[in-house]
Design a binder for this molecule. Sequence first.
Ligand code: IMP
Length: 170
Amino acid sequence: MPPRELISAATIAGRVAELGAEIDRRLPAGPLTVVGVLRGAFMFMADLVRAIPREMTCDFLGVRSYGDATVSSGVVEITSDLGAPIAGRHVLLVEDIADTGLTLGYLLDLLRARGPASLHTCVLLAKPAYRHSGAPLDFVGFDAPDAYVVGYGLDAAQLYRNLPGIYALE
Ligand code: IMP
């Protein structure tokens, strides 16, 4: 069965524009380092940075949390580290989706230990579980259902990342 559309590309574009303006308004003044979590956040980050009218650098963290399964393994592995130090920088961590919040919590600890001037998080989608996890989310695009979702960068076994909207796998 083909995936069922939950959020259209046009709705995402509208929300990303709002998020960019909100981030610019709320983050401390000064240049930013925007850190995208690969691979799922690549498309969201590409659109989001164009909606934040500020001087910034872009960097990426490679992370593997699920392997090719659709159930969390509970293990976060860094497959590729940042290209530059973040000490003294205002950092915005950009993630595709928070489910248990485990990945985000782990990455926040990792980045905080490097002494950024400030550290904020932005996720495109948040599943219900994150509300019980205590993971601090500063900016959330949409609440997601407790289903496996794909598209707009998110995959199932590396497929569907190129879909322009968000879809539920039936
Ligand atoms: P968490 O650590 O349980 O919050 O899971 C976060 C990571 O799992 C995300 O960065 C995604 O890579 C992956 N993930 C969780 N739920 C989904 C989903 O519905 N679709 C695709 N990837 C997901």
